[in-house]
Write a protein that binds this ligand. Structure first.
Ligand SMILES: [Fe+2]
Length: 401
């Protein structure tokens, strides 16, 4: 066949279309082009206008279209537009008698894969069909590649989300285990960490406007005594009163705890609460003697939750105080040990509610309490003291006693 004879000049015969639709309003042009294609081994059908062409395209599978640009009242552009809509992957070559490169550029911009000048030269026609087909193949490969990339991105995104969920679960489980270890170590205060976590969250809820700080507050409350893991049993579990030296060692637990967790990215803010959890509103606390609003708000909230739980829990050396007594003592401490506004928020919660929270605490999941929200919350009030150079900016020195 001529097609095969010419294939050496026009690339692989496999890349030339086998069945072409010729669209031209002039019968003589249609006949000449069909004959030329036939001699090259390519079958064709003919249409006199865009309507006929579209009807044929709907019925028959073509591998390319060669369409005249001007067909009486019809335009090859209209056909091109419709073909692009219905058969986006069908190679389309625009033919024109106008020897003007701008017409060809316009056709290509409108979606044609190539353009031809009349009168037809079979070598040029074959080369054009081949280019058009190769272009469409390339577009198809690019589209497949794009789809493959999208699938890969989607898959990787799902894998990343699963990994992040696993990481979140792991770090929450680690937190839960750490807090439990603290409570186990400090036997007489069993359940203390979880209760003060819940009490702190309840007070914060009552204070209001702290939704973004709840997670940091929860983690700080849960891990507040993590530094006690480094305190010797002889001091931590001593039944009697501590000596001055022993008390000083015990008080080091806030700094030890701070140093333990400050470098863990998701615990950096909670570390500030750990460091400040024994500060007192009147400046009588430790380790820095911060006072008033110089103490991070979360630590001021925690201080009330911690004292409340300490008073309402049994100790080896005394029984739990009645709740009414504990509330009165906290009320008396307003402006001295405790932030008055937070005392008000605490007292606004009824005794029944505190009882219920205390009873429910053993069933509560710390993982759920501290891992349900966005992990990048606004920082807690950053605080430091000369004894503890920060790994975060100093923002409040004014409260030092
Ligand atoms: Fe403590």
């Amino acid at each position: 066949m001529l097609m095969r004879a010419r294939s050496a000049n026009h690339g692989s015969p496999d890349s030339a279309p086998a069945h072409v639709l010729i669209v031209d309003d002039e019968p003589a042009v249609r006949k000449v082009l069909a004959t030329l294609l036939s001699q090259a081994g390519i079958s064709s059908s003919v249409a006199a206008n865009p309507q006929e062409a579209l009807a044929l395209l709907e019925k028959t599978a073509f591998e390319a279209v060669i369409s005249d640009l001007r067909m009486g009242p019809d335009s090859g552009f209209e056909l091109l537009q419709e073909v692009r809509k219905r058969f986006p992957n069908l190679p389309f070559v625009m033919a024109t008698g106008v020897d003007d490169v701008r017409v060809g550029v316009q056709a290509m911009k409108a979606g044609a894969d190539d353009y031809l000048l009349k009168p037809f030269d079979i070598d040029v026609v074959l080369a054009s069909l081949q280019r058009a087909r190769e272009r469409k193949q390339l577009e198809s490969e690019l589209e497949n590649y794009r789809l493959h990339l999208e699938q890969m991105v989607s898959l990787r995104t799902r894998e990343l989300q699963a990994a992040l969920a696993e990481l979140e679960h792991s770090h929450s489980a680690t937190l839960e285990a750490l807090g439990s270890a603290i409570d186990l170590r400090d036997g007489p205060t069993a359940g203390h960490s979880k209760r003060v976590l819940l009490y702190s969250l309840k007070i914060a809820q009552e204070v209001g406007g702290l939704e973004d700080q709840l997670r940091t507050l929860g983690m700080g409350a849960w891990l507040h005594d993590i530094g006690k893991l480094a305190i010797p049993d002889s001091i931590l579990l001593k039944p009697g009163a501590l000596t001055r030296a022993e008390r000083q060692k015990m008080e080091r637990h806030v700094e030890i705890g701070y140093d333990l967790v400050k470098s863990i990215p998701f615990l950096t803010d909670a570390a500030e609460i750990i460091l400040a959890h024994h500060e007192r509103y009147n400046g009588s606390g430790y380790p820095c003697g911060l006072r008033g609003e110089g103490i991070p708000l979360e630590a001021r909230i925690f201080a009330i939750a911690d004292s409340f739980d300490a008073m309402t829990s049994d100790r080896p050396y005394r029984s739990a105080f009645p709740m009414k007594t504990a509330r009165s003592i906290i009320d008396v401490g307003r402006g001295e040990l405790f932030d008055p506004q937070i005392v008000d928020a605490f007292l606004a919660v009824g005794e029944d509610t505190w009882t219920m929270i205390g009873e429910d605490s053993q069933r509560a999941s710390v993982q759920k309490l501290v891992s349900g929200n966005d992990s990048r919350l606004p920082p807690a009030g950053i605080v430091t003291c000369p004894a503890h150079p920060p790994n975060t900016p100093l923002s409040s020195r004014q409260g030092r006693a």
